[in-house]
Design a protein. Structure first.
Length: 155
């Protein structure tokens, strides 16, 4: 007998049909369904995202991620692709406008190259193209401290 049982949402306190369309799955619950209906859960999430507490927590998490090697390289990747592809970027004329491209397929391939092949810690360093007229590609990038980078730039 497959009778649909009603279940009470612990948030809105209404009885609703106990189906996957109404209640999300929860493996830990006895009946296999969450205690809040999807509608209440979505409303709660929407309201929670608007709070200052949520924004503060998100900022802290973002800062912690940026402090990691992977997070730092993601930021560098975004800057590279922006100045090579976005004509509204202030540096576009010196990179994309000159025909300089980023030849890494994705952010993860860029990160893997830096961490596994170059085997350096890029944090607190700046990306540097060995040959200034070539693209951002394997064999043409390295990371230098700001002082070293400026010396290389002035040559």
């Amino acid at each position: 007998m497959n009778a649909i049982v009603n279940k009470r949402c612990s948030k809105c306190r209404k009885y609703k049909k106990c189906t996957l369309e109404v209640f999300p799955p929860n493996k830990k619950a006895k009946d296999g369904f969450g205690s809040w209906c999807r509608e209440c859960y979505r409303t709660h999430q929407r309201n929670n995202r608007k709070t200052e507490r949520h924004r503060k927590r998100a900022r802290i998490t973002y800062r912690k991620y940026r402090a990691t090697k992977k997070g730092f390289l993601t930021r560098v990747w975004n800057h590279i692709t922006n100045r090579c592809n976005n004509s509204n970027d202030i540096s576009y004329k010196n990179y994309g406008g000159r025909g300089i491209k980023c030849l890494f397929e994705s952010c993860s391939s860029f990160s893997d190259y830096v961490l596994n092949e170059l085997k350096i810690d890029p944090r607190n360093k700046e990306i540097h193209r060995v040959d200034n007229n070539r693209h951002y590609e394997r064999g043409n990038i390295t990371f230098l401290f700001m002082k070293e980078h400026r010396k290389e730039h002035c040559k």
